[in-house]
Design a protein around this ligand. Structure first.
Ligand SMILES: Cc1cc2nc3c(=O)[nH]c(=O)nc-3n(C[C@H](O)[C@H](O)[C@H](O)COP(=O)(O)OP(=O)(O)OC[C@H]3O[C@@H](n4cnc5c(N)ncnc54)[C@H](O)[C@@H]3O)c2cc1C
Length: 341
């Protein structure tokens, strides 16, 4: 159905089932695919009173109910090298580009820095939201800035790396500026020469063995490990890690280590330890467990899966059960990594 007040093709009561990797059958009151910056400004201007939800690849969102207001699916495309010298390239990537395809494009062009982030689902525009990371590398390591449009007044603003307030699976866009900006593009710096290969993560080091270290071998290794550990979202709906790994102080860590000697944790900085949330969940025997249409993935306790026909409420109920069980045994508050709507 066309919106009567404009020629923007805004859909009404639009199913998002194919647009979220949990595969949840929810609908959005209004839905629009953003293909240009001009469109984005227009649609925001004409729908000032509606609640706006931004959707990328839907790989980090749990829809628990009908989505009121206007859902904007970001489909801005383009990859441009905007600066280049002997050692580095600066690339501007539009928010609607697929993240993994962009990583492969970089690897194929001999540009280094994001090969460890191969096969992370979703779109480029969502990457800064939680400062995506895997296997010892985070987006912030290569990030220069992002361009944004303010949802309320449609003004454009560029945020540099420092002002994005990146942290472990977080940024200003998840905290002080949650729901205020739409990221339209990002600028990153990659290496052309003297790549700094990062194989600090045990399984990557083991898997790569004696093979030559290069961008392709690291990317392929990461892809292989991820495929063996994580369920294919096309076969089993999921959003990757549902919870963040909790960070606790040293005295809490010492107390837990005494009670649970096999607890898995490592020091992240002075007086701070990151605990494996997967270990906590596995210890409580949730790994592989299913309740109704939802379950905890058999190969990775951090991943909640839609076993078929699940609702978002069912996923949330299992997540809440796990959070309560972890709290009652370890007195640790698990925080979701996934955005719950
Ligand atoms: C199998 C699997 C494995 C995963 N592995 C990892 C991993 O290793 N590391 C990791 O960090 N993540 C991982 N994830 C999570 C997910 O892939 C990332 O968080 C990804 O960046 C989400 O991108 P998306 O486009 O799907 O975002 P969506 O799920 O569509 O959106 C996520 C959040 O960002 C907001 N958002 C999206 N686009 C924009 C935009 N352009 N402007 C403003 N806000 C926006 C949304 O409103 C929402 O709040 C995994 C997910 C899956 C399914």
């Amino acid at each position: 159905m066309l919106n009567r007040n404009s020629d923007l093709d805004i859909k009404h009561n639009y199913s998002l089932e194919k647009l979220n990797t949990f595969g949840l059958d929810v609908a959005s009151e209004f839905f629009y695919i953003v293909k240009s910056l001009k469109d984005l400004r227009n649609v925001l201007l004409e729908n000032k009173r509606k609640k706006i939800t931004v959707l990328g690849g839907g790989s980090n969102i749990l829809f628990t109910k009908f989505l009121d207001g206007l859902c904007l699916k970001i489909d801005l495309k383009g990859i441009d090298i905007i600066e280049e010298n002997k050692n580095n390239v600066v690339i501007n990537v539009m928010a609607g580009e697929n993240w993994h395809d962009f990583v492969q494009w970089s690897v194929n062009n001999g540009f280094g820095g994001i090969e460890n982030l191969s096969l992370i689902p979703g779109l480029v525009g969502a990457a800064p939201i939680q400062n995506i990371g895997a296997y010892g590398v985070e987006l912030k390591d290569v990030f220069i800035s992002c361009n944004t449009v303010n949802i309320k007044d449609q003004t454009e603003k560029e945020f540099d790396e420092k002002s994005c307030l990146f942290g472990y699976r977080t940024s200003r866009f998840k905290t002080i500026d949650k729901n205020n900006y739409i990221i339209t593009s990002i600028k990153i710096r990659l290496t052309k020469e003297k790549h700094k290969y990062n194989i600090s993560y045990g399984p990557v080091k083991e898997e790569i063995g004696n093979r030559e270290l290069n961008l392709e071998s690291i990317s392929n290794t990461v892809i292989k490990i991820r495929k063996s550990k994580l369920p294919d979202t096309k076969l089993l709906g999921n959003c990757g890690s549902f919870f963040k790994n909790p960070v606790i102080n040293e005295s809490k860590y010492i107390e837990l280590k005494k009670k649970f000697p096999s607890i898995s944790a490592f020091k992240v900085q002075k007086n701070q330890y990151k605990v494996s949330a997967a270990w906590l969940i596995e210890f409580l025997k949730y790994k592989g467990k299913s309740i109704g249409n939802v379950g905890v993935y058999k190969n990775q306790a951090l991943v909640l899966v839609n076993l078929g026909g699940a609702t978002g409420k069912e996923v949330l109920s299992l997540a809440n059960k796990i959070t309560s069980a972890v709290y009652s045994t370890f007195k640790i508050n698990l925080q979701p990594e996934v955005e719950i709507l």
